[in-house]
Design a protein around this ligand. Sequence first.
Ligand code: ATP
Ligand code: MG
Length: 354
Amino acid sequence: MSVLWVLGAGQLGAMLKQAGTPLGLDVRPVDIETTETLPLGKDDIVTAEREEWPETHATKQLSTHNNFVNLATFPQLADRLTQKQWLDRLGLATAPWFPVEIGTTARYTYETLGDRVLMKRRRGGYDGKGQYWLKQSEESEIPEDWKGFAIAEQAINFDEEVSLIGVRGKNGETHFYPLTLNLHINGILYASISPLQRLNTLQAKAELMLSKLMDALDYVGVMAMECFRVGDELLINELAPRVHNSGHWTQSGASIDQFENHVRAVSGLPLAPIEIKSQSMMVNLIGVDLDYEWLNIKGLEIYWYKKEVRPGRKVGHLNFSSNNDDLLQGALTKLDLPTPYNEAIDWLKINLPK
Ligand code: ATP
Ligand code: MG
């Protein structure tokens, strides 16, 4: 039987493997630092849990395999400059932006984008790392090592952040989850809620946007689109050509979770419409220790990544799905987590259906 290799062996790779197991698939996440020679078969398939990778013995082997799905798309989306250029070409709305070049001055960025500007490094940023706020009031200059390596974006005063997770099959068929409402604190995702009835009016618009992109790239698998909602408009913040943290709730709340959908799509297995089973919320575990007492909370599911706990590091997540609103609200009162979780818990209490 052929193997599905995953470039990267973090939590996303582990969850892809977990999703493939009941289907009888042999999913093997690969640590990019391994010095092993991988027993790659000609009919094997390769996917990735990350959009970018250094050249190593392992990544060289995987990225030269003939069946690396979406290989050409990764560098296009991993670089924020080319990603934004794709969105512009397709007429998909984003925050106003431009590339930060050698001659770019802070004054020019303020004149062009307003007095709050966010610079983002073109490559390698995650969880709000690789961001730099320029504020006219502070008269900061652009640091030299950002010139040529970043884009500048207008700060958006968004109403809230939402994301859409979709899957596209080899035959071009697409399926989508309902929009997810996300809370980021200091650039890092803390909590998600889906579905939310009040977001239904934006669903069709969001699906059209992501479809346009996936079709243009002839993409196969799961893709995530993070957006800012400003009134009735959606501005695309960023795209991820992979399974995504804001889709983790699908593990408990949907008939087919994002990991299974990705595995099915890249393996060429049938896709089917997704049934949403119940109201879901997800809480990321960021820099906190595992506490098995949480298992006493009815409806709670723990996903622990077995990583060393460090401040600001995602080390797991909690999923809760139920059609009993009181149960979800009740679970929140029992979760005892340090600052800034008070903000996240309040946000969940307010935004969950009551
Ligand atoms: P990820 O972990 O999702 O890959 P990232 O660090 O790569 O995140 P972004 O998703 O671009 O970076 O930004 C992280 C967060 O920073 C956003 O979710 C949002 O809260 C905030 N942010 C990003 N761009 C803007 C903007 N133009 N205006 C206001 N806030 C922004
Ligand atoms: Mg993001």
